[in-house]
Design a protein around this ligand. Structure first.
Ligand code: SAM
Length: 271
């Protein structure tokens, strides 16, 4: 059911749940700790619940908003417009590296990305953002609580999966605050949480080819009830897995990032 907030009818297809809880807004802004001269980027600014308080601390902010009406509203915002560069685009397709092309932006350093993200695209958006990890200083995102748990999960945890392994490869993930549905209008059906992601300067496990790591992790978790001996049988033999010091009868959920890196490097070496 659509619902009006600040004169705008929330669009479900754009995952629009607008934040209105001041306590939560303050928590997020203080977690971001924005400073003038930094390269701040917001994904999905919407009606400006985070944009306005963040902009108070800085002189410039880039926002990426897909909804044409909301992008237009922000361009005509009475006091934000002079500080904002509004990019009316799909964040899933946006080249975040392009924001670092000018000399002025290079001087500001790596990107600091934040947003209360549209939940319907949060997992593909995370993967898209990971591909720019070397251009990013940190990220602060409101997400479905379950997605935050997945991002922070390590092997053996119930929600450990593809997203957890790839998140660990690229970043340190730290939960910031849990957020109830009542903090939003309209209220989502699920609990939410804010996560801080800090890209590693050097990956915690050496990987020869990131595409191969993705392929091995995806293949192993697509058949997560199977042993890796079975799920990875088209990529590696039982003996090859064992020679790496990994038990072939384990399931994907029991393997650490370091194990996946060893498997991926072995696959890569035999391509
Ligand atoms: N930041 C606002 C707030 O906290 O109230 C709005 C958050 S709302 C959960 C998600 C926002 O992302 C909406 O403004 C929506 O239009 C925008 N959005 C949805 N899909 C998007 C996409 N693919 N690229 C960029 N923005 C998107």
């Amino acid at each position: 059911m659509s619902q009006k907030h600040l004169g705008h009818t929330a669009r479900k297809r754009f995952g629009q749940n607008f934040l209105h809880d001041q306590y939560v807004i303050d928590k997020i802004v203080s977690a971001i700790n924005p400073r003038t001269g930094e390269n701040l980027v917001e994904i999905g600014p919407g009606l400006g619940a985070l944009t306005e308080p963040v902009a108070e601390y800085i002189d410039h902010l880039t926002v990426v908003e897909l909804d044409r009406d909301l992008a237009k509203r922000l361009r005509h915002h009475p006091f934000l417009n002079s500080k904002l560069t509004v990019i009316e685009q799909d964040a899933l397709k946006f080249d975040f590296a392009s924001l670092l092309e000018s000399d002025e932006s290079k001087e500001k350093g790596k990107l600091r990305i934040f947003g209360n993200l549209p939940y319907n695209i949060s997992t593909p958006l995370m993967f898209h953002l990971f591909s720019f990890a070397d251009k990013v200083k940190d990220m602060h995102f409101m997400l479905q609580n379950e997605v935050v748990k997945r991002l922070c999960a390590t092997h053996g945890d119930k929600l450990y999966g593809r997203l957890s392994v790839m998140a660990q490869y690229y970043c340190q993930a730290i939960p910031v605050v849990a957020v109830p549905p009542s903090a939003f209008k309209p209220a989502p059906k699920v609990d939410s949480a804010v996560v801080r992601l800090i890209p590693h300067k050097t990956p915690p496990a050496p990987v020869d080819n990131i595409d191969t790591l993705q392929r091995v992790v995806t293949t192993a978790f697509n058949q997560r009830r199977k042993t890796i001996r079975n799920s990875l049988k088209d990529l590696l033999s039982h003996d090859e897995i064992e020679a790496l010091g990994i038990k072939p009868e384990l399931r994907a959920e029991a393997l650490s990032l370091q194990d996946f890196a060893l498997l991926a490097n072995k696959v890569n070496a035999s391509i």
